[in-house]
Design a protein around this ligand. Sequence first.
Ligand SMILES: NC(=O)C1=CN([C@@H]2O[C@H](COP(=O)(O)OP(=O)(O)OC[C@H]3O[C@@H](n4cnc5c(N)ncnc54)[C@H](O)[C@@H]3O)[C@@H](O)[C@H]2O)[C@@H](O)CC1
Ligand SMILES: Nc1ncnc2c1ncn2[C@@H]1O[C@H](COP(=O)(O)OP(=O)(O)O)[C@@H](O)[C@H]1O
Ligand SMILES: [K+]
Length: 533
Amino acid sequence: MAELLTATQMRMIERAAIETGQVTGLELMERAGRGVVEAIFEEWPELGGSAGRAVVLCGPGNNGGDGFVVARLLREQGWEVEALLFGDPAKLPPDAKVNYERWEGTTSGVADFVQAKIKHPDLSIDALFGTGLTRSIEDQALWEHLWVHDDAEDAWDMRRCGSGTDIVPPRTVAIDLPSGLCSDSGKVLGGAFPQYGRRCARSALTVSFHARKLGHVLGEGPSFCGRLVVKDIGLSLEVDDAEIVKSAERPSSPSFCKTEHAHKYTHGHAFVLTGGVGKTGAARLAARGALRVGAGLVTLGVPPSAQMEVAGQITALMIQRIEGGKDLSETLLDARLNALCLGPGLGLARAQDLVPAALASQRSVVLDADALTAFADETAALLELLHGKCVLTPHGGEFARLFPDIAEKLSAMPGQGPAYSKVDAVRAAAARAGCVVLYKGPDTVIAAPDGQCAVNAAHYERAAPWLATAGSGDVLAGFITGLMARGFPPMCAAVSAAWLHVECARYFGPGLIAEDLPELVPSVFAQPDATAL
Ligand SMILES: NC(=O)C1=CN([C@@H]2O[C@H](COP(=O)(O)OP(=O)(O)OC[C@H]3O[C@@H](n4cnc5c(N)ncnc54)[C@H](O)[C@@H]3O)[C@@H](O)[C@H]2O)[C@@H](O)CC1
Ligand SMILES: Nc1ncnc2c1ncn2[C@@H]1O[C@H](COP(=O)(O)OP(=O)(O)O)[C@@H](O)[C@H]1O
Ligand SMILES: [K+]
C-alpha cells in the first residue's frame, strides 16, 4: 500500500538517505526543484517553450531552498523571475543558503512582498513553508501575501459557484504543501490576525516529493492543494515504521475472488438486523451490499411487524423473524451465522435490545448508525461489550456522541503544529474501543487498536462526491459485513470495503443513489487495474 507520511517520517527517510551516503541534501533539493519545474510544464504545456514571468515566494527553511532552485531553473529557460525571501539570508539552512547564493538574481525582502515588481505573473510559486510549518503565521506582511499569491481568489470563488467558468484560474503552485497548511493534519494553522480569519495559500497545483503527506488528504488539505502531483526524488520507499498510515487500495490478500471449489457456506453467512415496518430499507441496502461482495448467504433479521414488508421486496436474501435480544441469542446458536450488521434503520430501542446480544455472541459485528447512537448516553457500557471482531462505522455526529472528548480535541482551533488530526483521533478511538473504527467522510480514516491505520481518500482523481446520498453509508456497512462473513479480518474488511465503496461511486458518477452501489460491485471487481490512489 502507498504510504501517507507525516513531516517527521519524511525527515527520517531523508536523513537515512543522507546518512547512508545515498544522496546529499543538496542533490535532493535540486531534484525537488527539477520535479517542480517538470510538473509545471506537464500541467500547463502552453508555458513550455515560451519565456514567461514568475514570482517565487521563498521561506526561511528548505522549502524556500526548493524555491530558489525553481527560480534558477526557470531563469535558465529564459523566464523573467522575481524571488522574494521571507527571512534573513544569513540564517537560511545550509542547502537553502547554497541555492540562495546560486540563484544570483535579485531577491526582495518581506517588506516588498505586496509590491512585487512582476504584476500578474504567469506563475506564482509558493515556497514559503512546507513540512516545517510548526506554528501559526504571525508576520502581517507575510500573512497578507498569502492573499497576494492567491490574488485571483475571487476567480476561484466564481468558479466554485459555477459562474465565470471562462475565467482562467491563477497558475499558483505550492511546493510540497500550500503554506499555512499543517502537513500532518490537513488543518489550516491559525494566524495572529483574527480579523482575517484563518489563512492558507490556495494553489492550482501542489508538487510534493517521494510520497503524499497526510495533510494532502485529510481535513481541509485537499481544498487548498488543487491538483496534487508527487515527484520521485530517488528516496527509498522502504520505511520500517509501524506508525506509518497507508492509503486504502484494492486488496490482494485475502482477495475479492472466489475459488472454484468453494461452496456458499465457505463464504460465510451474513446476518443483517432490520428495524420495524417502514424502516427496513436501510438494512435491505446493507444486506444487498453484503451479498454483492460475496457473502455466501445473507439473511435479514426482521421484527414480526415488518415481515410482510421485507418478504415482498427480496429475492436472493433470506428472512428470519427476530423479535428481540432473546430471539437473536437463540438464532445465533447456529454457528454458521458468522457476521452481523446492526444499525441501519434499526431504531434506538431495538438497537439497545439487540446490540448486547449480538456482541455477546462474539461473532464479527459491524455497528453503524442507530447501533452507535443508542449508546450515546452509556458509552462505557458499550465499550465494555466491544471486542476485537467488531467494526464501528461512525460519521462525524456519531463519532462525537461516542467519543466526545476525542472529537473536541479534533475540532479545536489549531495553533501549534503538528495539529491533532483525524488519524490521531481515530487511532485513539480504536484503542479505547478495542476494535476497528472507521470514521466516514471524504477522508475516511480506519484504525485498529494496535495502531494500524489507513486513509481512504475520496479526493483528487478519486473524488466521489456522489456518495453524499442517503443510504450510501448503509451499503458500506453491508460491504464490511459481507467481507467479514467471507473471513476478511476486521481491519482488512473495513479498508477494502471503503476502497470498493468509492470505486463503485466513481464507476457510476453523477446521479448515483445508494441502490446503485451494490449493483456496481461486479463492474469494479471486473477491473483488474482499478487504481489504489
Ligand atoms: N525532507 C525532505 O526529504 C526534503 C525536503 N525538501 C523541502 O524541505 C521542506 C522542509 O524544510 P524545513 O524543514 O526547513 O521546513 P520549511 O522550509 O517548511 O519551514 C521551516 C522554517 O520556517 C520557520 N517557520 C515555521 N513556522 C513558521 C511560522 N508560522 N512563521 C514564521 N516562520 C515559521 C521555521 O522556523 C523554519 O525556519 C519540505 O517541505 C520540502 O519543500 C526538499 O528539499 C526535498 C527533500
Ligand atoms: N463528499 C463525499 N465524498 C466522498 N464520500 C462521501 C462524501 N460524503 C459522504 N461520503 C461517504 O458516504 C457515506 C455516507 O454515510 P452516512 O453519513 O452514514 O450516510 P447514510 O446514513 O445516509 O448512509 C460514507 O461512507 C461517507 O464516507
Ligand atoms: K509551500
